[in-house]
Ligand binder design. Structure first.
Ligand SMILES: [Zn+2]
Length: 143
């Protein structure tokens, strides 16, 4: 028996997705002071220059360029395919993996380097066992 109740507001699907109560969602990276490298997720040591304890949270841009992508035709049961798994280089630094949406999963329509923007929306209607809804991030073509 669990008395856990669903949170009133959707929760972030990943820890580096930030949902300020009175602002726009954003992705948070860790920036190395000495070398400027940006990573996703908490870490103690910069894997570019080796500096220790020199990483600080930084707000990442919501725009970037498509670095590479892969059209996924087979996935876990219950995951709708095909979808586009993409890696995006964000403006100002940070490389992020996520799904590219609002474009046909057709190599003729997708260009390396195309401008994309980060959008935040419900994580495909999924709920956890407490009934919590989640906000996830996606990429979509930008004008
Ligand atoms: Zn560094």
């Amino acid at each position: 028996m669990s008395n856990a109740k669903a949170s009133a507001a959707p929760l972030p699907a990943v820890p580096y997705l930030k949902l300020p109560p009175d602002g726009e969602p954003y992705l948070e990276g860790q920036k190395c002071g000495p070398c400027g490298a940006i990573f996703l997720g908490e870490r103690q040591v910069c894997s570019k220059c080796g500096a220790k304890g020199a990483l600080e949270a930084t707000r990442l841009a919501n725009r970037g360029k498509l670095h590479v992508y892969s059209i996924v035709h087979r996935s876990f049961p219950g995951i709708e395919v095909p979808y586009i798994s993409a890696i995006v280089d964000l403006e100002g630094g940070g490389t992020v993996k996520g799904n590219l949406i609002n474009i046909e999963p057709d190599p003729e329509k997708i260009a390396f380097g195309m401008p994309v923007e980060v959008v935040y929306q419900d994580a495909l209607g999924r709920r956890d066992k407490e009934g919590n809804a989640y906000i996830a991030y996606f990429f979509q073509p930008a004008s």
